[in-house]
Design a protein around this ligand. Structure first.
Ligand SMILES: *Cc1c(COP(=O)(O)O)cnc(C)c1O
Length: 218
């Protein structure tokens, strides 16, 4: 068994039944994605639109592609025809452009609203107040389906803090899920997905635990 196949098997063994695994393959070459594909993986996450589009061209067509990164509106047209779920919608301008490009592609695009739950300033996402202010506007975007929420916890070893951040998001999710018909809560990465699953994650986004550490060349 290759390293990726065994790492994938190890991660799968620790997932709660029913939780979807998005294999985060950003910066990794298609050969490695192919190995995960051969081990049955069908959901892949990328954080750059053009990289995702190139990989989608090269890989089998039954893959579900997840855009997990910050979305630039001028790149939406490159993924509108095929993206399965856009996790990081953090401003209304993105909803507007997703709707426009989805109409052109003659489809509905599924997305999640990203909520700012971390202490850090750098993470993207709506505050709770901003999110609740945008909910009444969603029906205007007829070719966009908001399926739920996404969040990233603080990058800290303090597990209690991470848990509290996830619990806050779960509570917000539960407040609106029925009225909004939400079924997706995307929380949890390699370092914190066990906590996320205990806080109601339906999707976990796992990269380095499957594909190994990423090298960012400057
Ligand atoms: C990179 C990334 C992940 C995966 O991170 P790992 O720590 O490698 O599992 C998950 N979510 C988002 C939004 C990311 O950018």
């Amino acid at each position: 068994m290759t390293q990726i196949k065994s790492a994938l098997a190890t991660v799968r063994d620790t997932l709660i039944e029913g939780v979807a695994l998005v294999a985060v393959s950003k910066t990794k070459p298609v050969e490695l994605l192919q190995e995960a594909y051969e081990a049955g993986q069908r959901d892949f996450g990328e954080n750059k639109v053009q990289e995702m589009a190139l990989k989608a061209e090269a890989m089998p067509k039954d893959i579900r592609w997840h855009m997990i990164g910050h979305v630039q509106t001028n790149k939406i047209k490159y993924m509108a025809s095929f993206v399965h779920l856009v996790h990081g919608v953090d401003r209304e301008k993105v909803l507007k452009e997703l709707d426009k490009q989805a109409k052109k592609a003659n489809r509905t695009i599924n997305c999640l609203l990203q909520v700012h739950i971390a202490q850090e300033e750098t993470k993207f996402g709506w505050s709770v107040d901003e999110l609740e202010a945008v909910l009444p506007n969603l029906s205007a975007y007829s070719n966009v389906k908001v399926c739920g929420l996404m969040g990233m916890a603080s990058n800290t070893s303090d597990k209690e803090q991470v848990r509290n951040e996830f619990l806050g998001l779960q509570s917000l999710f539960n407040t609106h899920a029925e009225a909004q018909r939400w079924d997706t809560l995307s929380i949890g990465m390699s370092g914190d997905y066990s906590i996320a699953m205990a806080c109601g994650a339906t999707h976990v986004r796992i990269g380095s635990a499957i594909f190994g550490a990423r090298n960012y060349t400057p």
